[in-house]
Design a protein around this ligand. Structure first.
Ligand code: FA5
Length: 340
């Protein structure tokens, strides 16, 4: 009976829960010797009238089957794709759940952290923060700082020169050997009074060892106003060191130092403890700004005085964290960096 047959086929189509099972139902009814196919084969033995009525019945059966089949097929295909996608879902919480895989979060480099700390301390003392270019001219790095060419003081800071044509006014380009050239740039730009610090990287063409690197960080300080003296410089430096190193028993010594851009000049050393023995480590150069430097910055030395200092930030990091070789700080060695 075609009506019963359709009923039975539709039930089987609904029951098929995979596309493979559905395919089996299709074979069972519509395959080469499927039940509907077999019914069609019987048509040829019937009389023309019977053929017409039976033919129509079988045709309705076939259409009913095909429609139900395609609807079910589309449904099952979609369900199978959805299941597949669900299985491919990327679980972003996996790293937290799985204790064998830890997430490596980056941290701030000890030098950057120290620089921020120093900036904060000076900001609290009323200093502004500025910066200047790492590629400088001979003029700003030396000339304007009272170090003319052929002055022996140029040899105090061995220099990386850039392969670049010489400029008439500013001379060769170079990698700045200290942060002091920014003193001139600040005077030119802002005039006086000034109270700023200038952190930055500096470069020297010199052999490295445990306390010397060819790239290191300095913090320049600049204070220009009327009636300024060395006493304030010492006061600010002491205050800064006390805040920076906290209550720890730091030992410092001041001594006269020579820099062409200050007069008088001083240097300060700090006691660096390495195991059983300790050694004085030069940490900062400073002094009263030379009148020629004020003039180069466009200021009148009869009206304004000032002092400046240049801290070796990298050396201070060695003292603060007990680092025994300055080169660790630029090694990018995670065994070293992970300690901070
Ligand atoms: C200067 O660079 C002067 N511009 C400092 C200054 C500024 C003096 C303002 C007066 C007024 P000096 O070459 O000494 O000076 O370097 C300053 C500090 O940088 C040193 O005290 C030391 O702490 C650090 N330093 C110098 N050379 C190196 C190096 N190769 N590696 C690491 N730190 C260094």
């Amino acid at each position: 009976m075609p009506g019963n047959l359709l009923q039975q086929a539709l039930e089987e189509i609904q029951k098929a829960d995979t596309t493979t099972a559905l395919k089996d139902v299709e074979v069972k009814y519509m395959g080469r010797s499927g039940q509907i196919t077999e019914l069609l084969k019987t048509l040829k033995d019937l009389s023309p009238e019977e053929k017409r009525s039976k033919g129509q019945e079988i045709q309705t059966l076939k259409t009913g089957f095909t429609e139900a089949y395609s609807t079910r097929e589309r449904y099952l295909q979609k369900a199978e794709i959805d299941a597949k996608l669900k299985a491919e879902f990327f679980d972003i919480t996996l790293n937290e759940i799985n204790p064998t895989r830890s997430l490596q979060a980056g941290t701030i480099h000890p030098l950057s952290r120290m620089q921020r700390e120093v900036e904060q301390l000076f900001a609290e003392m009323g200093f502004q923060i500025a910066d200047g270019p790492e590629v400088e001219s001979e003029y700003y790095n030396f000339e304007a700082l009272n170090i003319p060419s052929h002055h022996p003081a140029r040899d105090m800071q061995d220099t990386f020169f850039l392969d670049h044509p010489k400029d008439e006014k500013h001379g060769h380009l170079l990698l700045r050997t200290h942060t002091s050239p920014v003193q001139i740039r600040m005077m030119e730009k802002h005039g006086a009074p000034l109270r700023i610090i200038i952190p930055g990287r500096v470069f020297r063409y010199e052999a490295t060892d445990a306390t010397h690197d060819s790239t290191f960080n300095q913090i320049e300080g600049l204070f220009i106003d009327k009636g300024i003296g060395l006493a304030q410089l010492k006061g600010v430096m002491n205050e800064f060191l006390q805040r920076f190193f906290g209550e720890s028993d730091i030992k410092v010594r001041f001594r006269p130092g020579y820099f062409p851009f200050v007069e008088p000049g001083i240097e300060m050393d700090m006691l660096w403890k390495r195991g059983n023995h300790s050694k004085w480590l030069e940490v900062v150069g400073a002094g009263m700004i030379h009148p020629n430097v004020l003039k180069a910055g466009g200021l009148d030395p009869d009206q304004y005085q000032g002092w400046a200092f240049g801290f070796g930030l990298t050396r201070m990091a060695m003292l603060k964290y007990g680092i025994d070789d300055i080169r660790h700080l630029h090694s990018n060695d995670l065994r070293f960096l992970n300690q901070f």
